[in-house]
Design a protein around this ligand. Structure first.
Ligand code: HEC
Ligand code: HEC
Length: 481
């Protein structure tokens, strides 16, 4: 690090390595790389003649679980409070007391454990606190800096702490299902149906944002608080707000890491997968010339792509967290009534919306599309099982609407959002061009389906929700083989 780095020029910084926790098992210690990365020739993975490969770039920008890196370009709250040093007083027992300048806005956190010096002689050093008093803005240092500290030095208190906390909480509560790298393949995952989400596409299903946008922070936090009904995704309502925030940031971090890797390997895989390279060699090309092409690619195209992808991630994840991305109906909810449900059912069956094609005429989740065989859009091969699949290649059947269990929430606005934006990554399409009145009628109909006296008897609710009771377990998904 240069002697006086300005915050803006620091591209990535290494977050303090975590002291090994007792009970660490192997699956915690590294991020797995994607199948596409692993299918590349070793030189494309690890780099060639000083040009970084995919793994080197990923590790440089995101680090490992034990030594996380913060790519400052990304809209992740890594944690850290920028402040200046007001005065340094050498303590009686040789431990310096550092007082920080007052903050213009906001106050100091009640707890703090370290400070990273960003300018001045000791720039780059990370000093641990023996004690911290938020009221007097003073810390007693547990570790002394090797170079002198001075008033006016810029520093960052608890830099990276949010991400580190997020990592610890994630490893404790989530990784056994979602995997260390967020690949959805923790040790428990294979027993679950539906499978835990693989975050690495950067796509979440149940959002309040429009069809084009990613999930907002609030969307991820809501999933954590309430879980996903009808699936093994539990509720974490008991976590403190601060803990939820740290986990949300860590999930976003993993999602961005995964997306970066996916996109960075698209072009690379067309020429430099082991399979491709073997083919090229069979066709008479020498390994030397293939490697020289690779070197050229890594030196120019990959570097450009890496920068562009960072910008793209920053832009999309920032935009999805703004009000512009939210679905805000202009037409207020249309009150539930027999007429509205009837209109909703007509629309549901209509050729324009054609919900029945997937969900079935009576909403049982058994429309014609569930018996047809689909092609895998990547390999072009037919899936072994009938019905629909999501982008994670898992069998993903239309919901049985008679069960009355809604994964993305059961408030009318939740269902409005589901229909408006579709369910991202699944085959449930977006109906954003449908008039909002019509969407509300469909919502009223959907909400009435579990309570119909007989299928299709819209508007004549039975006395007991019989269908809901008998069809309460919705096991329409099956994990892909
Ligand atoms: C017992 C297993 C299990 C645990 C533990 C678990 N999850 Fe999940 N999670 C799931 C399953 C299963 C799904 C997928 C549900 C579906 O596809 O409808 C899921 C889905 C999600 C989603 C996707 C939501 C969306 O809209 O697409 C997020 C985000 C998520 N989990 C975060 C977490 C976090 C963070 C933790 C830890 C605090 C956690 N999960 C713990 C099983 C689990
Ligand atoms: C091409 C097939 C397809 C069509 C057409 C379709 N859906 Fe879906 N729908 C799905 C799939 C698949 C799911 C389950 C996605 C998941 O959770 O992964 C789903 C889920 C749902 C859910 C459950 C939401 C939740 O929170 O659990 C509702 C409600 C729903 N669809 C309503 C509709 C309505 C209303 C229409 C017509 C306006 C419609 N769907 C059209 C495939 C379809």
């Amino acid at each position: 690090m240069s002697p006086t780095p300005s915050l803006k020029t620091v591209l990535t910084f290494s977050l303090l390595s975590l002291t090994a926790m007792s009970g660490c098992t192997d699956f915690e210690s590294s991020f797995v790389y994607s199948d596409r990365t692993s299918a590349l020739i070793p030189e494309a993975q690890d780099g060639l003649d000083g040009q970084p490969g995919v793994k080197s770039l990923l590790d440089e920008k995101f680090g490992t679980p034990q030594d996380l890196k913060a790519w400052l370009k990304l809209p992740v709250d890594f944690g850290g409070l920028s402040v200046g040093i007001e005065k340094v007083v050498p303590g009686d027992d040789g431990r310096s007391e550092v007082t920080f300048s007052e903050l213009e806005d906001g106050s100091f956190p009640a707890t703090a454990v370290s400070v990273e010096i960003m300018s001045g002689e000791a720039s780059g050093e990370v000093l641990q606190f023996a004690s911290w008093d938020a009221d007097t803005r003073t810390a007693v240092l547990a570790t002394e800096s090797t170079k002198p500290l001075a008033a006016g030095d810029q520093c960052s208190i608890d830099r990276g702490q949010v991400l580190k906390d997020g990592r610890v909480l994630y490893m404790r509560h989530c990784s056994h299902c979602h995997g260390t790298a967020g690949d959805g393949k923790g040790p428990t995952a294979e027993y679950l149906n539906p499978r835990p989400r693989d975050y690495r596409h950067g796509i979440f299903k149940f959002t309040s944002t429009n069809a084009e946008s990613k999930a907002s922070r609030d969307d991820i936090a809501r999933i954590l608080k309430y879980g996903i009904p009808g699936t093994y995704m539990p509720s974490f309502l008991l976590l403190k707000d601060q803990e939820l925030h740290a986990i949300v940031e860590y999930v976003r971090f993993l999602a961005m890491r995964g997306e970066y890797e996916r996109k960075l390997t698209v072009e690379l895989a067309t020429d430099f997968s082991t399979k491709q390279v073997e083919q090229q060699q069979k066709d008479g090309e020498s390994r030397e010339s293939i490697l020289s092409n690779l070197k050229g690619f890594l030196a120019a195209d990959m570097k450009e792509q890496s920068v562009a992808l960072g910008d793209e991630l920053a832009e999309q994840w920032t935009a999805s967290d703004t009000e512009d991305a939210l679905i805000i109906p202009k037409v207020p909810r249309i009150a539930d009534s027999v007429e509205s449900r009837r209109r909703g059912r007509e629309l549901y069956l209509s050729k324009t919306l054609n919900c029945a094609d997937c969900h079935g005429v009576d909403g049982a989740g058994n429309g014609p599309q569930t018996t047809a065989f689909e092609k895998n859009p990547v390999t072009g091969e037919l899936y072994p099982e009938a019905g629909l699949h999501d982008i994670w290649d898992n069998s993903n059947q239309p919901r049985n609407l008679q069960a009355g269990i809604y994964r993305g929430g059961r408030r009318p606005i939740d269902l409005f959002n589901r229909i408006h934006a579709g369910i991202k990554g699944s085959r449930m399409p977006s109906f954003k061009n449908t008039p909002e009145e019509d969407i509300w009628h469909v919502v009223n109909y959907i909400l009435s389906v579990p309570f119909e006296s007989e299928p299709g008897a819209t508007g004549t609710p039975s006395t007991a929700p019989a269908a809901a009771a008998t069809a309460a377990t919705d096991s329409s998904d099956a994990a892909a083989k």
